[in-house]
Design a protein around this ligand. Structure first.
Ligand code: C2E
Ligand code: MG
Ligand code: MG
Length: 706
C-alpha cells in the first residue's frame, strides 16, 4: 500500500455539492491530506467540469439541483475514462433504499450527513488506496492476458470429469485441432486421436502433483504435425494443459541427427555412425554366436579422376558409386535377412573414396565374399558423368568377426590391411584378411593356445598310412601322421598347425609324443606279425636341430622295444641343408643306431647330387606333387623318371607318395619304382583300422585294388 502512495502523486478530487459549507469543509480536509480539489455546485456543473479537468476521485452529493448524484455517477461510469474511478456518495438520507441505489449506479462507497470529517478523510484515503490496488491488479491482469495471447500454444483447463472449461486456441492451431468451440466439450470429443495420451498424463499429474510432458502427433495426408503437451495439476482437482506445436523442432532435430550421422556428399552413413553400427552388430553377434563381416572398399586410382576431370566430376562419381553400392547391397538375398532389431546391412563412406559395408549375422565367411564380388561387378560397368564415360575399379578388403578380431577397432584395421593387400595384388580384387597379411594376428595366437590345451587334454592322435611293396604286394611299412580332431572345429590339417607348432617350439614335445606312440604301436604290430613292419615318423627341421634328438629316439626305442631297423625317420631336404656339417654328424649317428633315413618331399628342395652322396641315406620319397599329373604332364613324368634313376644309381630305395590311381601305379612300376603310398591303397587311418588292413593283406598276395 505504501508503495502506491509513494509512487504516485495524490490525485485531483472533484467535490460536487450544492452546499457551499460542505464543499469548503471537504476541501479543507482533503487539501490537508495532500489532495488537490476542484468543486462543482451541482450535477450539471460536475459533468461539465470533467470535460476540462481530469479528476480521479469523486465525492458526490446525492441530492443536488439540475442533476442529482445518482445521475452524475451513472454518467461517469458510462465514460470509459472513469469506469474504475472511486466515487464516494454523500447521502443525507440514511435509508437502505438510497444506499442500494448508490451502489447500483456504480458508487464505490457512501458516507452519511452529518459528516464526521476525520472519518471522511480516512475514507477518501482508503478509497484511493483500494483504487490503486485495483488498478495495479487490472494492469497485471492485462499484462498476463497479453502474455498468454502471445504464447502460440493451445491452453485449456480440464475439469476432473474430462470436460474443457476455459481455453485459448491460437489461430495457428485451429486448422489441425478441433475447430470451433471447445468449451464444455469432453477431451475425447475435442481431440479424438490424442485424447488417450493426454488423459493418461492428466491422471498422472493429478496423482503425483508433478508436471507431466507427453508428445503426440497428428497425421493429415502425408504431413505429420508433432505436439508436446505439458500438464500441470490445478488446485480444483482439474488440470491445465498446454499444447505446443513442436513440428519445426522435431524436423530440426532430425536434420541435425542426419547431419551428425550421415555423409554430406553421398547421404550414406559416416564414420561415426558406421562405428556405432559395428559395435551394435558385434554385441548382437556375441549374444547369438553369429559372424559380422566388415567389407572395406576403396576406389583404384581415384586421384587420377579428380586430377583430370576436376573435383566436381570426382564428387559426382562418388555419389554414383554410393548409389550403386546401395543398390547392389539391397538387391542381395542377404538383405532380406536383416533382423528387426536394427542389425540391418549398413553402408557408409569413411571419407575420400573409401566405403564400408557391414554385414551383420552372416553364417559363413563366404557370404561376405559373395557380396564383395557383387560390389566389384557393379562398379565395373561404366559411369556416365557430365557427358563422359568413366571406368573405375575398386580394391576390397574383408575382415570377419570373430576370426579376425572381436572389437570394431581391430576389425576395421584388419579390413584395411586386407584392402591394401588387394591393392598390392594388382587392384580390382577382393582379399580376406589373413595371418599372412599380418603375422601378429590373433588367429595364430588363438590356435597356439588351442594347441597347448589340446596337448594337455590329449586331443591329438596318430593315424597310419600303409606303404606297399608292389613286388610282394604286401604292406611293408606305414607312415605315422599326426591328427588333431578338434572338438569344435573338426580335424585341423597338419599343414595348418605343424608350421605354427614349429614357430612356437611346440613341435618338440608334440614330435616326441608322436615318436613314442609310433614306436609303441609298431612294436605291437611286429610282435603279432611274422614279417617286419617299418614305421616312418616325420621329423621337422626344428626337431632335427635339437641337441637331445639322439637321446629322445634312443629312449623311445628302448621303452617301446622296437627294433631300430623298423624305425624310419622322414626328413626334408631343407632340414638337412640348413647346417650340412651338423646334419652329416647327426645322420651318421642315427645310421649307426641302425635307424633308416628317408628324404621326404624329394624334388621340391635343393635336390643336389653332391649332398646326396655325402649324406648317409636309405630312401628317397618322391613328392606327391610330381605324381599327381605324372600321366599328363611331361615335365612331372621326366622328373619322376630321373629321381627313380638317380636313386637306383646311388643304391637308394625310392618310394612314391600320393599314388591315387591305377595309372599312377602303372607308370611308377614301369619305371622301376615299386614302393608306393597313397589313397589308391588307403588313406591314413587310425591304429585299429590299420591293424585290420594288416590282417587282411598279410594273407593276400597283392595289395592292389582290382
Ligand atoms: P608328408 O610327410 O609329405 O605326408 C604325406 C601327406 O600326404 C599326408 O598329409 C597324407 O595324408 C597325404 N597323402 C597321402 N596319400 C595321399 C594321396 O594319395 N593323395 C593326396 N592328395 N594326399 C595324400 P597330412 O597327413 O595332411 O600331412 C601333411 C604334412 O604334415 C606331412 O606331409 C608332414 O610334413 C606333416 N606332418 C604330419 N604328421 C607329422 C608329424 O607327426 N610330425 C611332423 N614333423 N610333421 C608331420
Ligand atoms: Mg612324410
Ligand atoms: Mg611328403
Amino acid at each position: 500500500m505504501n508503495r502506491v502512495e509513494t509512487t504516485r502523486e495524490l490525485p485531483l478530487i472533484l467535490i460536487a455539492d450544492d452546499d457551499m459549507m460542505l464543499r469548503v469543509m471537504a476541501r479543507a480536509r482533503l487539501e490537508a491530506l495532500g489532495f488537490s480539489v476542484v468543486e462543482a455546485e451541482d450535477g450539471a456543473q460536475a459533468l461539465q467540469t470533467i470535460q476540462s479537468v481530469e479528476p480521479e476521485l469523486f465525492v458526490l452529493d446525492v441530492m443536488m439541483p439540475e442533476k442529482d448524484g445518482f445521475e452524475v455517477c451513472r454518467g461517469l461510469r458510462a465514460n470509459p475514462r472513469f469506469a474504475h474511478a472511486p466515487i464516494l456518495m454523500v447521502t443525507g438520507l440514511e435509508d437502505a433504499d438510497s444506499i442500494n441505489r448508490a451502489y447500483e449506479t456504480g458508487a464505490t462507497d457512501f458516507i452519511t450527513k452529518p459528516i464526521n470529517w476525520v472519518i471522511f478523510g480516512h475514507r477518501v484515503r482508503y478509497m484511493w488506496r483500494a483504487a490503486m490496488v485495483g488498478e495495479e491488479l487490472r494492469r497485471s491482469e492485462n499484462k498476463n492476458k497479453t502474455l498468454v495471447n502471445a504464447i502460440p500454444d493451445l491452453m485449456f483447463h480440464l475439469q476432473k470429469d474430462g470436460a474443457i472449461q476455459e481455453y485459448k486456441l491460437p489461430k495457428a492451431l485451429q486448422t489441425s485441432w478441433a475447430n470451433g468451440e471447445l468449451y464444455g466439450k469432453n477431451i475425447d470429443e475435442a481431440f479424438p486421436s490424442n485424447s488417450r495420451q493426454i488423459s493418461i498424463s492428466v491422471a498422472r499429474a493429478l496423482e503425483t502433483g508433478e508436471m507431466q510432458v507427453c508428445e503426440h502427433q497428428e497425421k493429415s495426408g502425408r504431413a505429420t504435425t508433432y505436439y508436446e503437451s505439458r500438464i500441470v495439476a490445478g488446485q480444483d482437482e482439474g488440470a491445465v494443459v498446454i499444447v505446443r506445436d513442436i513440428t519445426e523442432k522435431k524436423n530440426a532435430e532430425e536434420q541435425i541427427l542426419h547431419l551428425a550421422y550421415n555423409d554430406t556428399l553421398t547421404g550414406l552413413l559416416n564414420r561415426n555412425s558406421l562405428r556405432e553400427h559395428l559395435n551394435r552388430a558385434l554385441s548382437e553377434a556375441k549374444r547369438c554366436g553369429s559372424c559380422v563381416a566388415v567389407i572395406l572398399f576403396d576406389l583404384d586410382r581415384f586421384k587420377r579422376i579428380n586430377d583430370t576431370f576436376g573435383h566436381n566430376t570426382g564428387d559426382q562419381l562418388l555419389e554414383a558409386v554410393a548409389d550403386r553400392l546401395l543398390r547392389c547391397v539391397r538387391k542381395g538375398d542377404l538383405v532380406a535377412r536383416s533382423n528387426p532389431h536394427g542389425s540391418a546391412i549398413s553402408v557408409g563412406r569413411l571419407g575420400g573414396d573409401e566405403f564400408l559395408t557391414l554385414l551383420p549375422e552372416i553364417e559363413k565367411t563366404g557370404d561376405a565374399g559373395k557380396v564383395a564380388r557383387r560390389i566389384l561387378d557393379s562398379i565395373s560397368h561404366p559411369f556416365f558423368i557430365a557427358g563422359r564415360e568413366i571406368f573405375i575399379t575398386a580394391s576390397i578388403g574383408i575382415s570377419v568377426y570373430p576370426h579376425d578380431g572381436d572389437d570394431a577397432e581391430t576389425l576395421l584395421k584388419n579390413a584395411d590391411a586386407a584392402m591394401y593387400h588387394a591393392k598390392d595384388q594388382g587392384k580390382n580384387n577382393v582379399q580376406f584378411y589373413s595371418r599372412e597379411i599380418d603375422p601378429a594376428a590373433r588367429e595364430s595366437l588363438a590356435l597356439e593356445n588351442e594347441m597347448r590345451k589340446a596337448m594337455e587334454r590329449g586331443e591329438f592322435t596318430v593315424y597310419y598310412q600303409p606303404q606297399v611293396d608292389l613286388r610282394s604286394g604286401k604292406i611293408v611299412g606305414c607312415e605315422a601322421l599326426l591328427r588333431w580332431p578338434h572338438p569344435e572345429m573338426g580335424f585341423i590339417s597338419p599343414q595348418q598347425f605343424i608350421p605354427l607348432a614349429e614357430e612356437t617350439g611346440l613341435i618338440v614335445p608334440l614330435g616326441k609324443w608322436v615318436l613314442f606312440q609310433a614306436c609303441r604301436q609298431a612294436k605291437a604290430w611286429n610282435s603279432a606279425l611274422p614279417s617286419g613292419l617299418r614305421v616312418s615318423v616325420n621329423l621337422s627341421s626344428y626337431q632335427f636341430r635339437q641337441k637331445d634328438l639322439i637321446d629322445v629316439i634312443g629312449e623311445s626305442l628302448e621303452t617301446s622295444g622296437l627294433q631300430p631297423a623298423h624305425l624310419e625317420l622322414e626328413i626334408t631336404e631343407s632340414a638337412i641343408m640348413q647346417d650340412t656339417e651338423g646334419a652329416v654328424l647327426m645322420l651318421k649317428a642315427l645310421r649307426q643306431m641302425q635307424i633308416r633315413i628317408a628324404i621326404d618331399d624329394f624334388g621340391t628342395g635343393y635336390s643336389s647330387l653332391s649332398y646326396l652322396k655325402r649324406f648317409p641315406l636309405n630312401v628317397l620319397k618322391i613328392d606327391q606333387s610330381f605324381i599327381r599329373d605324372i600321366t599328363k604332364n611331361r615335365q612331372d613324368a621326366s622328373i619322376t623318371t630321373a629321381i627313380i634313376a638317380l636313386a637306383q644309381s646311388l643304391g637308394l630305395e625310392v618310394i612314391a607318395e600320393g599314388v591315387e590311381t591305377r595309372e599312377h601305379l602303372q607308370f611308377l612300376s614301369d619305371k622301376g619304382c615299386n614302393l608306393m603310398q597313397g589313397y589308391f591303397f588307403s588313406r591314413p587311418v587310425p591304429a585299429d583300422e590299420f591293424q585290420r588292413l594288416l590282417q587282411e593283406h598279410s594273407s593276400k598276395e597283392l595289395f592292389v585294388k582290382k
